[in-house]
Design a protein around this ligand. Sequence first.
Ligand code: NAD
Ligand code: GLY
Length: 366
Amino acid sequence: MKPSVPNSSLTIDLAERSYDILIGPDLLLDASCFDRLGAVTGAVIVTNTTVGPLYAKRLEQTLRQCFSHTQLIELPDGEVYKDWNTLNLIFDGLLGTGADRKCMLFALGGGVIGDMTGFAAACYMRGVPYVQVPTTLLAQVDSSVGGKTAINHPLGKNMIGAFYQPQRVVADISTLSTLPERELKAGLAEVIKYGPIYDTRFLSWIDQHLNDLLALDPAAITHAIRRSCEIKAEVVAQDERESGLRAILNFGHTFGHAIEAGAGYGVWLHGEAVACGMVMAADLSCRMGLLDSADAQYLQSIIERAGLPTKAPALGLSRYMELMQVDKKTEGGVIRFVLLNGLGTAVIQSAPHDLVAEVLHAHQGI
Ligand code: NAD
Ligand code: GLY
């Protein structure tokens, strides 16, 4: 098959840590997407047992055109494996073949592989370069961009990690053709997220093109990934290490992480939990007098039409409060939420306990 030229690219501007995001079809076959990555002795593909059989050979053949040798590390698949034991499998693989500090890791997979590979790259020999090759919509619009890397701890999601930027992001939209529909919808949740926090025009565009996105129309998918990455790049360029603004990208995540952890990792997909969390955070914004209920309803209707859940599991108030305390935005025991101050603008604030309790009561699907 003839390699295609990347049809969309943008740069995330972080001074000496700046890098390009390439978006388009069949990029895994295009060696020009993987050249000019600096002096590298070997390319190490880190993937999992689902994505590896589908795409690792394709990527390996392309990387052989750019690097003297390649290695493949295949991890078990699933959010439940985003832990120390699986991270160690990466180090076992690297040390077992004598990979030196001039090797480069290639994270081929969804957000779980991207987050773990990025963290492994940050730690191995005190830091080796890595490239994100995201193969889920969620990873292409969010997790592969911005340098947040992490593993989960039984007491909290993404609690152990580092800020460590990749050298490049190569988002091949052709890989989305094998993505299960449930995963595609979960990725749409993170696309939708950028509208209410930053860009109401983008939210209207999503509203109008939801069916095209669900049908994987290449032009619609490329636009959605590009606009999502542009917004994320603008936010991260202003606040790389989340001392303030970047936290708006966690809209829906305070409730969402509690749902994910409370239900048991892997039961709810991350994007599903974020979708439900956005509905809850919008409701909290209304109860705090920041958002019109018609706007909250509009957001909820898009989330519902995307086939995403809007009712949280019935874990009870005290369990939710306990789980939300572990959120990284919590300061001095006070939980801080990303709220909507009108559609298109996000603010980070604490909220009165009784209003949070009302939201939790209203949205638990019992
Ligand atoms: P995932 O990585 O678990 O992938 C979802 C499933 O799809 C997996 O079973 C995977 O093997 C499979 N898969 C991946 N690509 C495929 C393809 N092309 N064809 C067929 N199957 C494919 O989940 P995800 O939704 O991509 O990522 C969720 C993770 O990302 C969570 O751990 C979350 O915390 C993290 N995340 C991180 C950031 C960040 O900024 N670093 C942002 C958002 C989410
Ligand atoms: N997904 C949130 C962030 O990258 O900051």
